[in-house]
Design a protein around this ligand. Structure first.
Ligand code: DX5
Ligand code: ZN
Length: 224
């Protein structure tokens, strides 16, 4: 497996002190910043947009991992690229033309990926494998932080790992495999064993006083 990456979700951070939260969590050993964008349409909640991404950009050199939970998708891609996003993922059922959206993200200089809700079939990736830098599997139904990990995700994760490995073995580009929702120190080892290389965690990190202690505990669990 590729080395593990931790991408703390800002959704659980203190919104009144976002710059400081970003600096602290990266100093605590996080690799990426997971940036959840919700539109009160594709998901039943409203969060943060490109202006907030632009505001946190000067606070870190770590990649900003933008997870778009919006419909439609395309109009936000140039805005997030301009706001300093490095990775942009979207839900394929929220875009009329997922292949076009993936190309649009690349054209704007970002890494691109698809996000799969728990009940969304992996078949959406069949014909766009060559355009994927990352696949994000949701282990909760998106919209809120702090939900419980849905156990059936582990089987789906293994299937996704197998598809990616087969793709790479056949000469395809590497594709990261990220998991989002209910990830905690006590289940991260099982998620790693099922094939994830990138771990989003919101409440498990920002809900604790010592970010470094949680991130170190997660890394220990991953290496077990
Ligand atoms: C859910 C978001 C997640 C969420 C994760 O809609 O996409 O990124 O913030 O939060 P936790 O880790 O608390 O489940
Ligand atoms: Zn997310």
């Amino acid at each position: 497996l590729p080395p593990a990456r931790i991408s703390p979700s800002l959704l659980a951070a203190d919104f009144a002190r976002l710059g400081e939260e970003v600096r602290n969590v990266i100093a605590a050993g996080a690799d990426w910043i997971h940036f959840d964008v919700m539109d009160n349409h594709f998901v039943p909640n409203l969060s943060i947009g490109p202006m907030v991404c632009e505001a946190i950009r000067p606070h870190t050199e770590a990649p900003i991992d933008v997870h778009l939970m919006v419909e439609p998708v395309d109009a936000l891609v140039p805005q997030f690229a301009k706001a300093g996003a490095n990775i942009i993922t979207f839900h394929p059922e929220a875009s009329r033309h997922p292949d076009r959206t993936l190309s649009l993200i690349h054209d704007h200089g970002c890494r691109a990926g698809l996000v799969f809700n728990p009940a969304t079939p992996l078949a959406w990736m069949d014909h766009v494998m060559d355009k994927l830098d990352i696949v994000l599997l949701m282990s909760v139904n998106p919209g809120f932080g702090g939900q419980a990990f849905i156990p059936s995700t582990l089987a789906k994760l293994k299937q996704t790992r197998a598809r990616i490995d087969a793709w790479v073995q056949a000469g395809g580009q590497p594709i990261a495999l990220e998991v989002d929702g209910g990830v905690k120190a006590d289940n991260i080892a099982a998620i790693r064993a099922a094939g994830a290389d990138t771990f989003v965690a919101g409440s498990a990190i920002f809900g604790k006083p010592d970010y470094k202690a949680v991130i170190e505990e997660m890394r220990r669990e991953i290496l077990k």
